[in-house]
Design a binder for this molecule. Structure first.
Ligand SMILES: NC(=O)c1ccc[n+]([C@@H]2O[C@H](COP(=O)([O-])OP(=O)(O)OC[C@H]3O[C@@H](n4cnc5c(N)ncnc54)[C@H](OP(=O)(O)O)[C@@H]3O)[C@@H](O)[C@H]2O)c1
Length: 257
């Protein structure tokens, strides 16, 4: 019989967290590492990524930073080959990297921005999941966590393309869960609300919009990256062993079902 502690113990597990040089990805990487997992972090810029990995190592975590652009399928393939060689093939995969270069109405959206958002947030997530899940299927075990958003449940004003990408991720998550369940691989999603990071800086800068948003948050505050880590740890390990195809909303009570 497992103890409560075993449910959240990740010793012997190997995690890959994309987009983890800062923000939510870094907080999740730290938590999975402190729970015992060997963690690999990706991001585009090498320097901040190495600093983040070193910071985790200084906390006693086995952490490695490997630059990889989630919009580049060849780079993703090379990343997984590298992980295989380094004995870091993930059995926990957190697909977290995302971009949102534009704010404004969909009617004004340039096609280039639309393509970039879908390429990184959705196609890149698919390609990453394919490489990770193929390996998990071989071992009959694994947990994939996709970072969606409450914008994927309810489109947010000014964030049309981003919302489409995050809604697409939820359907990708469910389709993968259906396909991979028989192979022992679980796939779930996190849907954060407004979290204070670089990605959301523009939403904080719009004071009127921020106040309007916050008025609808039951807990009366925006979130910090640390607010996501409990749910991520739950989805990564044995505590959620009988759960797949689900979305955990971590938004302080903005979207009430
Ligand atoms: N913050 C929020 O309010 C909020 C709300 C809902 C959902 N989310 C989701 O949570 C996830 C994390 O967001 P965050 O707020 O923590 O963002 P963030 O602080 O801006 O961090 C994004 C991370 O992803 C990396 N990254 C960006 N583009 C990348 C690419 N093409 N390939 C690989 N890495 C890339 C960044 O490093 P480089 O720039 O060096 O690549 C950075 O490490 C995203 O999926 C986001 O959509 C955030």
């Amino acid at each position: 019989m497992s103890t409560n502690q075993d449910l959240f113990d990740l010793h012997g597990r190997t995690a890959l967290i994309t987009g983890a040089s800062r923000g939510i990805g870094l907080a999740i990487a730290r938590t999975l590492g402190l729970a015992g997992a060997k963690v690999t972090l990706t991001a585009r810029k090498a320097e901040p990524l190495q600093r983040a990995a070193q910071d985790l190592c200084a906390q006693g975590i086995d952490a490695l930073g490997l630059p990889c652009h989630q919009g580049d399928p060849c780079a993703i393939a090379s990343l997984f080959e590298h992980l295989d060689q380094e004995n870091r093939t993930p059995n926990i995969l957190v697909i977290n990297a995302a971009t949102n270069p534009v704010h404004g109405p969909l009617l004004d959206l340039e096609l280039d921005a639309w393509r970039k958002i879908l390429e990184v947030n959705l196609t890149g997530a698919l390609v990453t999941a394919q490489h990770g899940a193929r390996r998990m299927v071989q071992h009959g075990r694994g947990s994939v966590i996709l970072l969606s958003s409450i914008a994927g449940l309810e489109p947010m004003p000014g964030l049309g393309a981003y919302s489409v990408s995050k809604m697409g991720l939820l359907t990708l998550m469910r389709a993968l869960a259906r396909e991979l369940g028989p192979h022992g691989v679980r796939v779930n999603a996190l849907a954060p609300g407004l979290i204070e990071t670089q990605l959301s800086a523009a939403l904080f800068a719009d004071q009127e919009g921020y106040r309007r948003f916050l008025a609808g948050v039951a807990l009366g505050r925006h979130g910090q990256p640390q607010d996501l880590v409990g749910a991520a740890l739950f989805l990564a390990g044995e505590a959620s062993a009988y759960m797949t195809g689900q979305v955990l909303v971590v938004d302080g009570g903005r979207v009430l079902h």
